[in-house]
Design a protein around this ligand. Structure first.
Ligand code: GLN
Length: 193
């Protein structure tokens, strides 16, 4: 199994390390020629969603990545990655990849208070999953029944799955808990190619 990790900006190295420790081969996507390699899944890391979106357009990666996800490529977005996948922000259409039926609230906890740690249940993964939030978004609501809520913290949705797409408002790659990455790998194994 080979997983592409979008490496334009943000916390991508930590994802690579976690996936490699789980026995998965990874490669970094910095330009179109990287993207054209064979892959079984894609990770979109945390960072700054506005910068990542601009770079995706500038590098000609936006359309091919969006189309691959729409065609069924498994994707895991964390924090800014979740924001990129969201179709809406506070009730309005977003400019990101927009492949997930979720409405996101950016910097939802305020710029200062957005960084904190929590331990909470995630459906299908565990009862005590450690979560690191950094200037985090949360999901205001899911927009279709195909988008399944996996976790709620303090009344806010922080993890969702929609078929082959997985997204968390927190950074599992900045903890020592491998369960979400393991879950993503299992999701890839279940996705028809
Ligand atoms: N607040 C950032 C954004 O809007 C996301 C923060 C993160 O990825 N840790 O893109």
């Amino acid at each position: 199994m080979r997983i592409a990790v979008l490496a334009l900006q943000g916390a991508f190295i930590e994802h690579e390390q976690m996936l490699q420790e789980l026995g998965v081969e990874t490669f970094e996507v910095r330009q179109l020629s990287d993207w054209q390699q064979p892959k079984d899944g894609l990770v979109i890391p945390g960072g700054e969603s506005t910068t990542q979106t601009k770079l995706l357009h500038d590098l000609g990666l936006y359309e091919p990545i969006r189309q691959a996800i729409l065609d069924g490529l498994p994707v895991f977005g964390t924090c800014a990655g979740l924001i990129l996948l969201a179709k809406q922000e506070d009730g309005h259409p977003r400019e990101g990849l927009g492949t997930m039926d979720i409405d996101v609230c950016r910097n939802a906890y305020g710029r200062q208070l957005g960084s904190f740690h929590a331990v909470a249940p995630v459906a299908g993964i565990g009862e005590e999953v450690p979560m690191t939030f950094i200037r985090a978004p949360y999901i205001n609501k899911v927009l279709s029944p195909s988008s399944q809520v996996l976790s709620v913290v303090d009344g806010h949705i922080v993890a969702v799955r929609q078929d082959h797409q997985l997204a968390t408002a927190f950074h599992p790659e900045l903890t020592t808990d491998y369960h979400l990455h393991q879950y993503f790998i299992e999701q890839i194994c279940q996705t028809p190619s």
